[in-house]
Write a protein that binds this ligand. Structure first.
Ligand SMILES: CC(C)(COP(=O)(O)OP(=O)(O)OC[C@H]1O[C@@H](n2cnc3c(N)ncnc32)[C@H](O)[C@@H]1OP(=O)(O)O)[C@@H](O)C(=O)NCCC(=O)NCCS
Length: 174
């Protein structure tokens, strides 16, 4: 499996990947129709310019991706030590094969080794995604609270969003 940083040319591949993941379940907050060009261009360009974005290529089809992770600095000075808006997605046909763990491990290693200006990585995950919460905890993230009634499901029920954070052991405050 080839893993690399993303380029602007990957935008349509990432869009197709996110649409497939959104179609298959509710792990992503956005529904398939909300995976728009504007949304994908926005996070890809911000992650390239002021964050980190890593993709896993399809094993046989060079025009498809099977996984992606990104986060970026929110863009104002008080948050400049943060990578936020983290999202990770693995294609439904490739989930459970350690692609997500490999992408996330490389992502955190890059920050720990080479991005000493980044003190913290933040993410949010819905309360019911217990496997994802356990997965993030196994990578060193901690639960930092609970945003009650933040997510509405298709039946009109609400659930909490869980903020989680990972602190860079090699952070250098300047
Ligand atoms: C969550 C996700 C990124 C994990 O990637 P993956 O390649 O499927 O997972 P891996 O095989 O690397 O396994 C990592 C952990 O993820 C968990 N996991 C596996 N499939 C999962 C799924 N469909 N949903 C949630 N968690 C899953 C497992 O518990 C696993 O833990 P383990 O290593 O202790 O067994 C991926 O399943 C996915 O994209 N799910 C849908 C979208 C989503 O939930 N994104 C996160 C929103 S915050």
């Amino acid at each position: 499996m080839h893993i690399r940083t993303a380029e602007p040319e990957d935008i349509q591949r990432i869009k197709r990947l996110y649409q497939a993941v959104a179609r298959s379940g509710d792990g992503l907050a956005r529904k398939e129709h909300e995976i728009t060009d504007e949304y994908v261009e926005g996070f890809v360009n911000k992650s390239i310019a002021q964050g980190l974005i890593i993709v896993a290529e399809h094993p046989t089809d060079p025009n498809e991706l099977v996984g992606e992770i990104h986060a970026y600095q929110p863009g104002i000075e008080v948050f400049s030590h943060l990578y936020s808006h983290l999202t990770i997605a693995v294609h439904p046909e490739f989930q459970g094969k350690k692609i997500g763990r490999t992408l996330f491990t490389i992502f955190l290693e890059e920050i720990g080794m080479n991005r000493h200006n980044i003190g913290k990585v933040e993410l949010m995950t819905r309360e019911s995604n217990e496997r994802a919460i356990a997965f993030y905890q196994s990578l060193g993230f901690r639960v930092e609270g609970r945003f009650e009634m933040r997510i509405k499901d298709k039946h009109g029920n609400f659930e909490a969003d869980i903020p989680m954070g990972w602190q860079n052991p090699n952070f250098e405050f300047d």
